[in-house]
Design a protein around this ligand. Structure first.
Ligand SMILES: [Zn+2]
Length: 262
């Protein structure tokens, strides 16, 4: 499995990131324990842990042992088209091993930005799932079936991460090499007051209609702060981008709290 030279920098950076972000998901949630955690929450953070440091080291060794600027199919040695992510070979259709230098945006041929084309993503996701479907590889070698299962799992992770605004924001920050500190304490009194008020409103909501109203407000706030994040990120204002992420985390948590009560 040979990688493009541009990918070398990317995976080296990710190796550094992955060693720094090897924090158990439960610890990353302490700041937001204000609202109860749900089984889904650690999953979001899990999707942001790219790979174990051991895997990253292995990948890097592969790269440094060969500087060829091309990717070849393990089965037929065909050169990968530079325009498509190398999940399976265009010539012999063999499923390729997972290549962690291909990021989630590249899997779906999307531009690396916060605002993404949802319809396009949905279509491409279904397309990959069809191509990697177990029925299509059941007659292949055990090795290739394992590749397909791993690729399929990664495509699902990519889809879940990119369709969730908060997970997408955190992911794109990490791709940019910016560490998102989930344990940063909230010091803005305005935000603290707001959180208190929302929490009281959720606790005092007497019926589903009242809860749904708060839920709609949270979704609106998520959209607004998502736009703030997009602007800040585009302008490389990562301090503001981080603040937007912090807000989004709270509003998402309230949303989940409401869903549990409904
Ligand atoms: Zn091939």
């Amino acid at each position: 499995m040979w990688r493009k030279s541009a990918a070398v920098l990317s995976i080296t950076r990710r190796h550094l990131l992955s060693t720094r972000t090897n924090t158990p998901p439960s610890r990353t949630l302490t700041l937001f324990s204000y609202f109860h955690t749900t089984p889904e929450q650690p999953r979001v953070y899990n999707t942001l842990t790219f790979q174990s440091p051991a895997t990253a080291r292995f990948s890097r060794r592969n790269i440094s042992s060969d500087s060829r600027d091309i990717l070849n199919c393990w089965n037929c040695n065909a050169v990968a088209a530079s325009t498509t992510p190398f999940l399976f070979c265009q010539s012999c259709r063999a499923v390729q091993p997972v290549d962690h230098s291909i990021d989630y945006f590249q899997i779906f041929s999307l531009e690396k930005r916060f605002d993404i084309d949802d319809e396009n993503l949905e279509r491409k996701y279904k397309d990959w799932q069809k191509k990697l479907h177990p029925d299509l590889v059941h007659s292949k070698s055990k090795e290739e079936r394992e590749y397909a299962a791993e690729q399929s799992a990664r495509v699902i992770d990519a889809y879940r991460t990119l369709t969730d605004a908060l997970a997408r924001a955190m992911y794109i920050m990490r791709l940019a090499g910016v560490e998102v500190d989930e344990e940063q304490t909230v010091s803005e009194s305005e935000l603290l007051c707001e959180i208190m008020e929302i929490r009281e409103a959720v606790e005092e909501a007497a019926d589903p209609q009242a809860l749904n109203e708060i839920k709609a407000q949270m979704q609106q706030k998520l959209r607004v702060w998502g736009e703030s994040f997009a602007n800040a990120f585009q302008n490389k204002n990562y301090v503001e981008a981080q603040k937007s992420i912090q807000r989004m985390t709270y509003y998402k948590r309230v949303n989940e709290e409401i869903v549990k009560k409904l």
